[in-house]
Design a binder for this molecule. Structure first.
Ligand SMILES: Nc1nc2c(ncn2[C@@H]2O[C@H](COP(=O)(O)OP(=O)(O)O)[C@@H](O)[C@H]2O)c(=O)[nH]1
Ligand SMILES: [Mg+2]
Length: 214
């Protein structure tokens, strides 16, 4: 069966785990476009990365969230995804939280390869207090931010419409609606990331898929 979505990434090898970094200085060198994946522990960051990669267990989906205070890098070919440590997990010590807050600032301010942030929120209860803090943080760094509402398979259409309106009003950004369970939103996100990455790399050869009109 020809999978039209897989072809979005078909001009390269499968997505791979690249490396982990605990601070800016450990992040990979090179000038490929990078997008960070941010959000609370358990919001669905690892699941989103697996879904975008068409793999089941590439990024671990964890039952003990918030333990790893590492940036995990995934190589998507034209771009890298950086899975940031989740916030809001009660069992993380104050010292660890302070460490990561500082390192996150340094990463957002200093990572020149960073082209934008996918900011994930749970579609069932978006914009919790610590999400608001994160939103303010991201806006302070003036980075392009895309809101992704996760687990949309868990909501009735009417509730989803209500929460989508709420986010759009509060943040002035229309969210992507995403489900790693159903695959909803995968194609749109991949196209966005791939399109942006090739725009940043004018020397990259254009794949046949990119020449098709909609
Ligand atoms: N129903 C549903 N569950 C999801 C979805 N995405 C993630 N989950 C579940 O939410 C939990 C946390 O997901 P995970 O990807 O590990 O979140 P992370 O901590 O942000 O990396 C896991 O039990 C996932 O199976 C989704 O789109 N739909
Ligand atoms: Mg995770």
């Amino acid at each position: 069966m020809v999978n039209r979505e897989v072809s979005i990434l078909s001009n390269g090898p499968p997505v791979q785990f690249l490396m982990s970094a605990s601070k800016l200085e450990e992040c990979p060198s090179g000038n490929r476009s990078e997008y960070a994946v941010a959000g609370r522990s358990n919001v669905g960051k690892s699941s989103l990365i697996n879904t975008l990669a068409f793999q089941k267990a590439l990024a671990r989906t964890s039952r003990t969230p918030g333990r790893t205070q590492l940036i995990n890098y995934f190589d998507f070919g034209p771009f890298l995804l950086a899975d940031l440590p989740g916030y809001g997990y009660a069992k993380v010590s104050k010292t660890q939280q302070a460490y990561w807050q500082r390192e996150l600032s340094r990463y957002l301010a200093g990572r020149t390869q960073l082209q934008g942030v996918l900011f994930l929120m749970d579609s069932r209860h978006p914009l919790q207090d610590n999400d608001r803090q994160m939103a303010e943080f991201l806006m302070a760094y003036d980075l392009p931010t895309w809101i992704v509402l996760t687990k949309v398979d868990q909501l009735k259409q009417s509730e989803l419409a209500k929460n989508t309106r709420f986010i759009t009003q509060e943040l002035g950004l229309t969210p992507f609606l995403f489900s790693s369970k159903s695959g909803r939103g995968r194609k749109e996100l991949l196209q966005r990331l791939k399109g942006l990455s090739s725009a940043h790399q004018p020397n990259e050869p254009v794949a046949p898929d990119d020449t098709e009109s909609d």
